[in-house]
Write a protein that binds this ligand. Structure first.
Ligand code: DAH
Length: 617
């Protein structure tokens, strides 16, 4: 029985000064609300209902609108779509019975729809954080959190970042960190967020969202409480087009403890993933890494998975499936007829030609390889590798390097200080050793080496260093190698000669170095050492005339160097009137990455213990 009744409207909505109170902004888990009808109007086939307060999310910010019901004493509205109009939320409904202004009503949202929408929306933010880690300079333009969800950026992303974005996203999901929201003024929003979209709604309160301890981001949608609620995230595609790139993602159909979604079944495999799995089975079959039975079972399982691929890709992937299937089957029948032939001649079922299972072969970590190579290069010219503490007194890390306590230069080393329960010993009479630090550089080895009292010194100190930094080009633990040469009459010419020698040995015979004036407290004069770029041969230009993207005008920065400051020599008990020295200190990882062909865009991969990455080197 449809008793829709045309209502005589009070005033057009835009004459209401009040705005709808947006409950979903502060509580995205509220499923029901008692409120009152402000107005109800018929537009076309639908009724447009305005309430004093609402828990219904109006479509926007890439998130679809809520659905549900609004029930009064004389009727019930079925909310089909919700939108914002000025400061008001318009609920577009079909109506059974009658609703009138001032009626007390109970609004109920369709929780399954909402929960899926908000998990997808939160997952979008998680993916964005992962993209920010992988490509910090991309500017986001929009998020689309419907089916076929994506985040769009200005710029482009290499396709092979797909796996890393997925990995970083799921790392956040696994950490299960909270998502917190705050209502803020425009001014505060601009101050606290790294990026604000151009057209922020003026009619909605502004809100910022913080995931764990990451930087806040403007957001007005509904969000889950913790990242774990989104469930595993799949990056299904990276699509570069003209000047923008889209990162497509999906989430599991229903996360733990959540109601099942009533949307289309989750697509848990991309065409490329399924093809990859099939090819693995094919290779394993051909190389006899799996038995024919295992191969047949795996094939049957994978054939079932076609339905997990997005419908539009199924036909294309189906062709690949058939091809791979045929080649697996013919490989199997070839090997079985082979076997049959041998059986009949040999009378033995045992296939002696079958290769054995090879255990995977490991190799040294690439940083260890770099350390060995660097040590050898310096050993050839008489520099001995030495070891000095990696947890040391402030005295050796700063004080004896001409940086007394509270010297501003110390700020450049984001140092970890640690508790030392005992009473520190004294280095030299009257000089306190200060606090304990995780060495922020290998320069602590300079004075320690001098204290051994043997001259001349030709040391290369390679050790772990620690700084409070983590991003694509920094890890909190990294390695440096520190050279020190102290003798009579050591000059800058010696330094330059050693640097050129190292550059040619490590990077290649055509490479050159240059010294740029700089400042360090522990050297005078001090330099930054640059090495000519291996990609553009130090010209700054590629063969086709384009500017080289790897270097700055033909040069890459290697690290610091200089002539040891007389005060540092004195701290080490060396007489600056009879002796002089040079020193240099560079990052092992950074230097290694500058070798042509080893350009990593995320240094943290070195320590992620991911064998798939490490085995390439
Ligand atoms: N210790 C410096 C750093 O970590 C690098 C450095 C610069 C070392 C100049 C030196 C030097 O030995 O002479 O940034």
């Amino acid at each position: 029985m449809d008793q829709q009744i045309e209502m005589v409207e009070m005033k057009p909505y835009n004459e209401y000064i009040a705005m709808t109170e947006l409950i979903y902004l502060t509580d995205s888990y509220q499923k029901e609300l008692t409120t009152t009808v402000v107005s109800i109007e018929k537009h076309g086939n639908l009724w447009e209902v305005v309430l004093t307060a609402t828990i219904f999310y109006p479509e926007g910010g890439g998130q679809p609108s809520d659905r549900g019901t609004i029930t009064g004493k004389n009727g019930k509205a079925h909310v089909k779509h919700v939108r914002m109009k000025g400061d008001l939320v318009i609920h577009e409904c079909t109506l059974e019975g009658k609703l009138s202004p001032d009626d007390e009503v109970r609004g109920t949202i369709d929780w399954q729809v909402r929960y899926t929408n908000m998990r997808l929306h939160s997952a979008g933010h998680i993916v964005h954080e992962a993209v920010r880690l992988v490509a910090p300079n991309l500017t986001p333009t929009k998020g689309y959190h419907h089916d076929d969800a994506y985040i769009e950026y200005i710029g482009s992303l290499p396709i092979d970042t797909q796996y890393r974005i997925e990995k970083e996203s799921n790392a956040l999901v696994e950490q299960n960190v909270p998502l917190t929201t705050e209502l803020v003024s425009m001014e505060e929003l601009q101050k606290r967020t790294p990026w604000a979209p151009e057209h922020l709604p003026k009619h909605k309160p502004l809100r910022i969202l913080t995931i764990g301890t990451l930087l806040p981001i403007p957001d007005g949608g509904t969000q889950v409480r913790t990242t774990g609620e989104t469930g595993e995230i799949h990056i299904t595609k990276i699509e570069n087009a003209d000047d923008h790139v889209r990162v497509y993602y999906t989430i599991e159909q229903a996360a733990q403890g959540a109601p099942a979604a009533d949307t289309s079944p989750a697509q848990t495999l991309t065409a490329a993933q399924l093809t990859g799995m099939l090819l693995d089975v094919q290779n394993d079959t051909i190389s006899h890494a799996i038995t024919p039975l295992e191969s047949k079972n795996a094939l049957a399982e994978l054939t079932k998975k076609i339905r997990l691929v997005p419908p539009q890709d199924r036909q294309a992937v189906g062709i690949v499936v058939t091809e791979v299937k045929q080649s697996i089957e013919s490989a199997l029948s070839a090997s079985s007829s082979d076997l049959d032939a041998r059986r009949s001649t040999n009378d033995s079922w045992f296939d002696v030609t079958m290769p054995g299972i090879r255990p995977p072969e490991g190799h040294l970590h690439i940083v260890t390889q770099a350390i060995t190579e660097i040590s050898k290069i310096f050993a050839t010219i008489g520099f001995t590798r030495v070891r000095h503490p990696e947890v040391d007194w402030d005295y050796y890390a700063f004080e004896a390097l001409n940086m007394p306590a509270s010297h501003p230069a110390r700020d450049e080393w984001e140092t970890f200080f640690i508790e030392y329960p005992g009473k520190p010993a004294r280095a030299t009479p009257g000089v306190a050793r200060g606090k304990m630090v995780l060495t922020p550089h290998t320069s602590n080895g300079q004075v320690r080496e001098m204290e051994k009292g043997k001259l001349p010194i030709r040391m290369i100190n390679i050790a772990k260093c620690y700084r409070r930094q983590i991003d694509v080009s920094h890890t909190p633990m990294f390695h440096q190698f520190e050279g020190l040469y102290v003798d009579t009459d050591v000059s800058i010419a010696h330094l330059k000669g050693v640097l050129d020698y190292f550059a040619q040995q490590f990077f290649g015979p055509e490479r050159k170095t240059r010294l740029r004036p700089f400042h360090f407290q522990f050297t005078e004069p001090s330099f930054e050492v640059d090495i000519s770029c291996g990609i553009c041969n130090g010209t700054g230009k590629l063969a086709n005339g384009d500017p080289c993207r790897l270097c700055k005008a033909g040069w890459l920065e290697l690290g610091g160097a200089g002539m040891v400051h007389p005060n540092v020599l004195r701290y080490g008990g060396v007489n600056p009137d009879t002796h002089s020295g040079f020193a240099f200190g560079w990052g092992v990882e950074r230097t290694y990455m500058m070798k042509s062909g080893t350009q990593l865009d995320d240094i943290r991969l070195l320590y992620s213990n991911d064998v798939r990455f490490l085995e390439q080197f």
